[in-house]
Design a protein around this ligand. Structure first.
Ligand SMILES: C[S@@+](CC[C@H](N)C(=O)[O-])C[C@H]1O[C@@H](n2cnc3c(N)ncnc32)[C@H](O)[C@@H]1O
Length: 441
C-alpha cells in the first residue's frame, strides 16, 4: 500500500525547521521527499531551497510583522510562514491560495490557536508588498557575520559576490576525456535537444543552458560525462600530471576530482584517494565504476599519515580541503543557516594541519595543489601564507591563468552570475633547499 502523503507546504516547513535545527538540506530533503506525492517532489525541492536562499531577508520581514516572537516549540509555524513569504515574493502562485493553504496547514499541524495570527501576518504581507530593507545583510539575505566578513575581506566585490550567491547555479558537465571529446559530446547534446556551450576555462567543461536530469544526458550511465562545476574542474590544469606519477587525492569523496585526474592524466598514473568518511567513500567507487576508472581507496584521516602512508613519496598531491563551502552557497543555500563565524577559525586550523601533515608525503620536486570552495581568505591565501612561514622547503608556483584573481598567495575565483562557483587554488612545489621564494613557472 502506498504510504500516506502530507501536504507539500507542511513538509517544506518541516525541512526548513530541520535545517534551522542543524541538518543540511542534503540530509533533510530525502526524508521529506518520501512524505510528499511524487508529483510534488520537485516543488518541495524548490520551496526548501528557495526558503533557505531567502531566509535572512524573509525572516527580517517576518520578525517585524510578528509583534512578539513565536515560542520555540512553534518553530515549525515560523518555518511555515517563511515558506509562504517565499512564495508570495518569489512564485507565481496566487496570493489567496498561498494564504488559505498556509492557514489550513497551520491547523493541520495542531496549532489552531495560531491560525488567526498566520492569516493576519500573511494578509498584511500581501497588502503591503515586500519592504525594501536597508541593511545589506537583510537585503542580500546573508547572516550578518558573513556579510561583514566578506565586506571587510573584499571591499570591491562583496556585493556582487553576495548577489551571485542568490542566483540559481548553472549545470555544468565534464566530458570524460578517456571516452569522448568535447566537440563530439556537444554534438550529441544538440541531437538530444539539450542546448549547451563549451565552458570558458575548463578544457573539458560544458555548461547547459538549462539544468536537466542526468538520465537525459547521452551516455551518462556509461561514463561519457559527469556533473561538475567549472571551477572544480580546473584542478587538473594545475596538477601538471606526468606519466607514471604517484598521485594522492587526499580529501576525495565523492570523487569528482579523482575522476577528473584519472580521465585527463596519463593512463599509467597510480592514484590513491582518501577520505575520512566511511559513509562517503563508496561514492568514489560508484563514480569511478561509472567512468570505467580505478584508484586505490582508503578511509583515513589524511592528517594521520602514520596510519595510512607506506612511506613512498607522492609526485602530486591534491588537497581539496574541508572548508566552509562559502563559494558554493548558490548550490547549497543552507550553508547560510548552518555555518557559524567560529567555524571558520576551526576550519582554518584543520586546513593548516592537513597541509602540514601531507607535505611530508610529497616527493622533493613534487607538486601539491591546495583547493577550497571557499571565498574567505582565512581558509585560502592566509593558510598558504601561514604554511610558507613554517615550511622553508615549500615554494609557491604562480598560477598563470585567465581565470580568477591573483591574491599573491594563490588564485581566488568568485561565484559568477551564470558561470563557475567560488573556489581557491594554490600550487606549491617541494624544493630541497630552505628558501621558499616563489618559483617562476
Ligand atoms: C571538499 S570535499 C571533497 C570533494 C572532492 N574532492 C570532490 O571533488 O568530489 C572534502 C572532503 O574531505 C573529507 N575530509 C574531511 N576531513 C578529512 C580528513 N581529516 N582526512 C580525509 N578526508 C577528510 C570530507 O569527508 C569530504 O568528503
Amino acid at each position: 500500500m502506498a504510504a500516506r502523503t502530507q501536504p507539500l507546504r507542511v513538509v517544506a516547513a518541516e525541512v526548513v525547521t530541520a535545517v534551522l535545527d542543524g541538518q543540511s538540506l542534503g540530509q533533510a530533503l530525502p526524508s521529506g521527499q518520501q512524505r510528499v506525492a511524487p508529483s510534488d517532489q520537485s516543488a518541495l525541492q524548490a520551496l526548501s531551497f528557495g526558503s533557505c536562499r531567502w531566509y535572512h531577508r524573509l525572516n527580517a520581514e517576518l520578525t517585524r510583522r510578528l509583534r512578539k516572537p513565536l515560542r520555540r516549540k512553534d518553530q515549525v509555524i515560523q518555518s511555515l510562514l517563511i515558506v509562504a513569504l517565499f512564495q508570495l515574493r518569489h512564485s507565481h502562485q496566487a496570493d489567496h491560495a498561498i494564504i488559505n493553504e498556509t492557514v489550513e496547514a497551520c491547523r493541520s499541524l495542531g496549532r489552531r490557536q495560531l491560525a488567526g495570527l498566520v492569516n493576519g501576518v500573511l494578509r498584511a504581507a500581501q497588502r503591503d508588498g515586500e519592504p525594501a530593507p536597508d541593511a545589506p545583510d537583510e537585503r542580500l539575505s546573508h547572516p550578518l557575520w558573513m556579510t561583514d566578513k566578506l565586506r571587510h575581506n573584499w571591499p570591491e566585490d562583496w556585493e556582487s559576490l553576495l548577489t551571485a550567491n542568490n542566483q540559481p547555479p548553472p549545470m555544468t558537465l565534464r566530458v570524460n576525456a578517456k571516452r569522448t571529446d568535447r566537440e563530439a559530446y556537444l554534438e550529441e547534446l544538440a541531437q538530444a535537444d539539450i542546448p549547451a556551450r563549451a565552458t570558458s576555462f575548463a578544457p573539458y567543461g560544458i555548461q547547459l543552458d538549462q539544468p536537466c536530469p542526468v538520465d537525459r544526458l547521452p551516455g551518462f550511465n556509461n561514463g561519457r560525462a559527469s556533473v561538475q562545476d567549472e571551477a572544480a574542474q580546473l584542478c587538473t590544469t594545475l596538477l601538471d600530471l606526468q606519466p607514471g606519477q604517484r598521485v594522492l587525492d587526499a580529501c576525495a569523496a565523492p570523487g569528482g576530482k579523482t575522476g577528473a585526474i584519472l580521465e585527463q592524466g596519463p593512463d599509467d598514473l597510480s592514484v590513491t584517494a582518501l577520505d575520512d568518511s566511511a559513509d562517503r567513500l563508496p561514492r568514489i567507487r560508484e563514480n569511478l565504476d561509472r567512468l570505467g576508472l580505478s584508484a586505490r581507496l582508503a578511509v583515513a584521516d589524511a592528517g594521520a599519515t602514520d596510519q595510512w602512508w607506506d612511506g613512498q613519496p607522492f609526485d602530486r598531491i591534491l588537497l581539496d580541503a574541508p572548508c566552509s563551502g562559502s563559494g558554493v552557497i548558490r548550490r547549497h543555500p543552507d550553508i547560510k543557516l548552518l555555518r557559524r563565524e567560529d567555524d571558520i577559525k576551526a576550519l582554518a586550523e584543520e586546513q593548516l594541519r592537513l597541509l602540514s601533515a601531507l607535505w611530508d608525503t610529497l616527493a622533493v620536486g613534487g607538486r601539491l595543489v591546495y583547493a577550497t570552495c571557499s571565498v574567505f581568505p582565512q581558509e585560502n591565501h592566509r593558510i598558504i601564507q601561514r604554511f610558507l612561514r613554517q615550511q622553508p622547503q615549500a615554494r609557491l608556483v604562480p598560477i598563470d591563468a585567465p581565470w580568477g584573481r591573483d591574491t599573491g598567495d594563490g588564485h581566488q575565483l568568485f561565484p559568477g552570475n551564470g558561470s563557475h562557483d567560488g573556489f581557491f587554488y594554490a600550487c606549491l612545489v617541494r624544493s630541497d633547499s630552505n628558501h621558499n621564494q616563489a618559483v617562476t613557472s
